[in-house]
Ligand binder design. Structure first.
Ligand code: AHR
Length: 352
């Protein structure tokens, strides 16, 4: 009898446990379903769908780049499945994999760094989804992606250097250059740096005394300015308008983007210092409105344009690859140079 009672008790416990597990699994299933529903974008199967992975929003340039792509997509009746990678390659890899799962028609992405894309691109290729690389280049087998659309970073670096060569044509030298670079291992930094070095290398009076990574961020530009100004105090406590790095006078600041340049100028202004006014040559890249304003207000010498308006050209390429057509390996956007010698009244508003 006692034995039977124990057995019934055990069966009761087991069935209560089984019941609770079933209820738990049921709610878990509902939760997963509803979660999936929330994340599932409303895709319109009538339209061409472009999965687009952007690296983030580190600068006004980047924001304009994203807007240009959205505007052009709307004008071309293309639907975008968007992901902001928050400056992390791992997020971009996840996003591209999710685009493959959603079976988008075309994938476009701005690669934050050059390496590490082969596997995910092979997955896209296996799924028959063409990929277009935007803005920054990658080191990967060319058969894995359809083509590249963006700026010519080497030419941007060359343009900055050509301006400098001309500006310093009467100086005997040495000309000490302090370079502020952006995201490490990104193609754009590598290209701008190599184009710049190619041209200044033609005259031995130019010396890059230091390169500092400013991550393309305004906050870092300001920190770098503060760091340089910390050694700018004379023995009597007064600050100077000349800036130094490791006791070497800086003649030129070559900054790889406007955000860092503007951050650097923020720092100078906060310390009531105007280096350009005292002969330091300041060269920047991007041509955001704020930096063009700084140029016209006498705070910069030269701004090399990096055109963020990739949208229209990208959409044409998207339509072509979606039809199975091949596209050029490289499509460059139009870009120019703005200098202190220009007629400023001819400048159109930049729009970013
Ligand atoms: O890749 C383009 C560069 O990235 C732009 O010069 C800069 O502003 C951005 O962060």
């Amino acid at each position: 009898m006692q034995f039977m009672k124990g057995k019934i008790q055990k069966i009761k416990i087991i069935s209560i446990a089984a019941c609770s597990i079933t209820v738990f699994l049921f709610f878990l299933f509902i939760l997963i379903l509803s979660n999936k529903k929330q994340k599932q974008p409303q895709l319109n199967s009538e339209k061409l769908i472009l999965g687009f992975s952007q690296i983030g929003s580190e600068s006004a340039w980047r924001t304009r780049n994203t807007d240009s792509i959205f505007e052009a997509a709307a004008e071309n009746d293309i639907q975008i499945l968007f992901d902001d990678a928050q400056q992390k390659q791992e997020n971009q890899l996840k996003a591209i994999r999710s685009f493959i799962v959603y079976q988008v028609d075309v994938i476009a992405f701005v690669p934050i760094v050059e390496d590490g894309w082969d596997n995910v691109l092979q997955e896209a290729k296996d799924a028959n989804i063409p990929v277009i690389v935007v803005d920054r280049k990658i080191k990967a087998n060319q058969s894995l992606y359809a083509g590249f659309i963006g700026e010519n970073g080497v030419e941007e670096g060359r343009r900055a250097a050509r301006y400098l060569l001309n500006k310093c044509r009467n100086s005997e030298g040495p000309v000490n250059i302090f370079e502020i670079t952006g995201t490490e291992n990104s193609s754009i930094v590598e290209e701008r740096a190599s184009g710049f070095r190619e041209i200044i290398g033609t005259d031995s009076k130019f010396r890059i005394i230091h390169s500092e990574n400013g991550d393309f961020l305004r906050s870092r530009g300001r920190e770098i300015g503060d760091m340089l100004l910390a050694s700018n105090v004379l023995e009597n406590g007064n600050t100077t308008n000349t800036i130094y790095y490791n006791k070497q006078k800086i003649d030129v600041i070559f900054s790889h983007n406007d955000s860092m340049t503007l951050g650097f100028l923020d720092s100078m202004e906060a310390h009531k210092i105007n280096p350009k006014g005292y002969g330091t040559i300041i060269i920047s890249i991007d041509a955001e409105q704020e930096s063009i304003d700084a140029l016209t207000n006498g705070k910069l010498n030269c701004v090399v344009e990096c055109n963020p308006n990739h949208g229209q050209m990208l959409m044409q390429l998207v339509k072509q690859v979606a039809k199975g057509e091949s596209i050029p390996r490289i499509t460059y956007n139009y870009e120019t140079v703005f200098t202190e010698d220009d007629n400023f009244s001819k400048y159109d508003p930049r729009g970013y």
